[in-house]
Design a protein around this ligand. Structure first.
Ligand SMILES: [Zn+2]
Length: 276
């Protein structure tokens, strides 16, 4: 149990990105428009020493980088079970690289301005610790949930990579009905699937998640819908430029995954290939 201290158990969610005020192309998911044929680099090597202080569950409830690391383990555990069962695909763990300031990735250089993202080129999820520290300042007590949601969302893109659908997303072809939005909402839904399974079973790493926690998390998730972000940055709301979905859509996607716990309920691409 990562339950020690209650922080981690206290749960989930939130949308991500954009908290740094960068343009959407710089945040989350750097895969859009990136050259995916570059040779993969070793993922996670920098993490090893940097995470030496992550020894106990209490550390996971105390330090953002440890929390990200442990959450990754929880997300891996859930998908190792769910993906074969529901999609007939074996789950292979993505690399997770928790860095500070800057790092090289299979999708090019990443800095603290990049925000969390998943790189299909090296099948690694990248998380900048300073981003999470800012998130803590912005999110107060809800910060741990925000962090966990971000991890689960990015791992959701890895699941899509394993499914062979991630490449359908193209940030250069945005819009409310675009594949980019469908892929992002599905990642939110997959994060919901993680949350629905993470506090259950003998090996659960999370304490039971309460409805109140989910509600709080959902409120936070709404804050990062494309419409809210556009509004906050002083622009008009333009659905034709959406890449991640509206606040309502992001909330609904997460809750659908959370309430149903099934990949079939997250089938926004209408592939009809899941066992439920
Ligand atoms: Zn995403």
């Amino acid at each position: 149990m990562i339950a020690a201290g209650g922080g981690l158990g206290s749960v989930l969610l939130v949308g991500l990105f954009l908290l740094l005020g960068g343009s959407p192309s710089q945040i989350d998911d750097v895969f859009g428009g990136q050259d995916q044929s570059q040779p993969a680099i070793e993922g996670g090597e920098e993490s090893t020493d940097a995470l030496a202080h992550c020894q106990t569950l209490e550390d996971g409830n105390t330090y953002a980088d440890c929390r990200v690391d442990y959450t990754g383990i929880s997300v891996d555990n859930v998908w190792a079970e769910v993906l074969p069962q529901q999609a007939g695909i074996d789950y292979t763990e993505p690399g997770r690289n928790i860095f500070r300031d800057a790092t090289q990735t299979g999708c090019g250089a990443a800095s603290s301005a990049t925000g969390p993202f998943y790189c299909p080129g090296d099948q690694t999820a990248y998380f900048d610790v300073s981003f999470f520290e800012q998130l803590e300042q912005l999110g107060g007590s809800d910060a741990p949930l925000a962090q966990m949601y971000i991890v689960a969302h990015e791992f959701g893109h890895h699941v899509q990579q394993l499914e062979g659908t991630l490449g359908l997303s193209n940030y250069n072809d945005p819009g409310a009905d675009s594949n980019a939005v469908k892929i992002e909402l599905q990642a939110d839904c997959y994060a919901g699937i993680w949350a629905s399974h993470a506090d259950k079973g003998e090996d659960a790493l999370l304490e039971p998640i309460t409805p109140e926690q989910v509600a709080t998390a959902v409120d936070t998730a709404r804050a990062v819908g494309d419409d809210n972000i556009q509004q906050r940055s002083g622009g008009e709301i333009r659905p034709d430029t959406f890449t991640h979905g509206s606040s309502q859509q992001r909330q609904d996607a997460f809750l659908t995954g959370y309430n149903e716990g099934s990949m079939a309920s997250c089938d926004f691409l209408e592939r009809g290939v899941y066992n439920s």
